[in-house]
Design a protein. Structure first.
Length: 274
């Protein structure tokens, strides 16, 4: 008989449980033969399974194969944002449109975010990630799990960037630029900040601002500081809309490149996550 998420046999003893609000982020257990089981919310989301006596599980899980495509899509999206930012700063030819590079990058970001969301909602609720016999679902509402909020807010933020970068391709008035370019950028950046902050807690079990000595901790902090850079970039972009001609536009692009660099680094390291 199973207990609350994550499910496990009732004869396993929970010896420690770490939470953030109502979200369970980490559990330590002893199984029926006395082995130490360490379950972590991020590892569960990535289909990596718990640590058994501090050893990584080699078993292939139902959704683990999605980690490579997710990382690859984020790598391409982040790279395009870096290229778009640098070209905007360095190329001044009137016929050149870096907005197309940003829009292409946003499509890859959204694709990665949706696959990541799919991975999260299709994971088994069992601690050992036993195969979900219900088949694949493409939408789910799982508000009691921190992974749902990590992936869901990032997906919504990426969709906002789709609108922001697409509308940036058009000639707009200052009011139109504020409503259809800056506002989606600002909302998307807030949603990325929420996702990045929760992602840090999801693995590290509490808010931290410098990584611990683990690959996953480094990944979550690189991603978080990328989100911070995107948020500052969005605020600087507003100054550029209100008072065109200053250096705020250039600073905004520099922060966009820095933020995308954080995402690129985190996504590259995700390829080595076990």
């Amino acid at each position: 008989m199973a207990r609350r998420f994550p499910n496990h046999p009732r004869d396993w003893k929970r010896i420690a449980e770490r939470k953030f609000g109502n979200f369970i982020t980490e559990i330590e257990l002893l199984d029926d033969v006395g082995r130490h089981i360490l379950w972590n919310a991020r590892r569960h989301r990535k289909g990596l399974g718990p640590l058994v006596d501090n050893k990584i599980s080699r078993a292939k899980t139902f959704t683990q194969h999605l980690n490579g495509p997710i990382a690859g899509l984020f790598i391409v999206g982040a790279s395009l944002f870096i290229v778009g930012s640098l070209l905007s700063l360095l190329v001044s030819a009137p016929e050149f449109s870096p907005g197309r590079v940003f829009f292409a990058g946003s499509i890859f970001f959204t694709s990665a975010a949706y696959v990541q969301y799919l991975q999260s909602i299709n994971n088994s609720e069992h601690l050992h990630l036993k195969k979900n016999d219900k088949g694949w679902v493409f939408w789910a509402w799982q508000t009691g799990r921190i992974d749902f909020w990590v992936t869901g807010t990032q997906l919504l933020g990426a969709v906002c960037f789709n609108f922001n970068t697409f509308d940036g391709l058009r000639e707009l008035s200052r009011t139109g630029e504020f409503a259809t370019v800056w506002l989606p950028n600002f909302i998307g950046s807030i949603l990325f900040m929420v996702s990045g902050y929760l992602s840090v807690i999801e693995f590290n079990t509490r808010p931290i601002f410098w990584p611990r000595k683990s690959l996953q901790s480094v990944i979550t902090l690189l991603n978080f500081w990328g989100c911070v850079a995107f948020m500052i970039s969005a605020l600087l972009a507003l100054v550029g809309v209100v008072s065109p001609g200053g250096i705020s536009g250039s600073l905004s692009l520099i922060l966009t490149a820095i933020g995308a660099g954080g995402f690129l680094s985190a996504s590259t390291l995700m390829l080595f996550e076990k």
